[in-house]
Design a protein around this ligand. Sequence first.
Ligand code: PEP
Ligand code: CO
Length: 460
Amino acid sequence: MSLDDPTRAGSARQSWSPGSWRARPAVQQPDWTDPDELEMVIDELRRQPPLVFAGEARNLTAALAQVASGKAFLLQAGDCAESFEASTADNLRDKLKVILQMAVVLAYSTGVPVVKVGRIAGQFAKPRSTPTETRDGIELPSFRGHIVNDIGFDPKSRAADPHRILQAYFRSAASLNLLRAFTKGGFADLSKVHLWNLEYVKSSPEGERYEEVAAGIASALRFMSACGIDLDTEPQLHEVDLYTSHEALILGYEEALSRRDSLTGDWYDCSAHMLWIGERTRQIDGAHVEFLAGVHNPLGVKLGPSCSTDEVIALCEQLNPARIPGRLTLISRMGADHIREMLPPLVRAVTDADHPVVWACDPMHGNTFTSASGYKTRHLDAILEEIRGFFAVHRANGTVPGGVHIELTGEDVTECLGGAENVLSEHLEHRYETMCDPRLNARQSLDLAFRLAEMLRSGS
Ligand code: PEP
Ligand code: CO
């Protein structure tokens, strides 16, 4: 059957099951040490409770439909690769603080609601450009994220251990539990907006600028209270919806956490609210597209410079044949030097095909390079330039620049260059802690949020 056969998506759907991806080529899957043990682990996972509920995933689809029509803005952010050991209460709290701060800056400056989606509570799997890594003549499997192996360069650390899959599930559950407590239990109350400013950020120019926003919010709340509005009864002022997301890479894990929703009878991948397909796994006849086509969560797909108009349309048809607004987010990651030339044909093709997608910009993965000091890094200027290009393309085409997809941490790291503190190549070694790609620290993230708010306001 050819790709453009109109019955294809429908017939694929009918024959879909959580395991139907197994008949397709699955790239980027590890060589597990013991396949029998892998199946035992997957069976065990099938018996565990889901991490999220179908109704929550549907709420996110509805929120993303608002983004698709320009009535809300998407902020998707978090680690490149979460670490088991670093998923501590303090780290989760500080990452949440940065995301909340960025969202407040964006919403306060633009008056547009912000849909907050973390790369969090399950972002444990990494695609790699090469299956092995060689150091001093020794060749070992590449590090593929803590759901697969460990970062240490020795055979034991790099072995793909199926037990890590269960560990990833329990770590995700613990992280999600704390995030639910933080976002629903008082910590994310708007009256606490001052407390989200991290200690190392407070005295910086970005931190002071944030304090002005926080003071503005406090005074608006006092004003509403003085007008007789009972702020205690408005849940939006006291709670936040933070959705979770990760790259759906290790398909056995995602399959084992898929559940049929008792209300609708539809399948959902209950490992996170939103799942995305990476640049390396978006083959139209591949296992990842097959699996995600059948679950009803909102989905993302990364689109790099090699993506053709035929491919993007095939992805839309396969993943969202019913053209449901909010179901599909296309996340372009072209690089600052390419976006103005590479994105427009894709935007036009999707618009002409009448697909109601969310367009988001990942300004991180097309702007990575190795610094003179030997570190994998990114410059904040290139990141901002790609976002400027993204806005320019959408404004020129009359489409909606819906959101951004950012790699960041609350920790005071030196992994990306630039920003108001001007991290230089020679500073990278000071606190370079990422297990995978370089992340913006909280100061750089806030800086980005203020610049983004200006771009959203000025229309440029
Ligand atoms: C990522 O988001 O960390 C990633 C690997 O991205 P991409 O698939 O776009 O390269
Ligand atoms: Co990354």
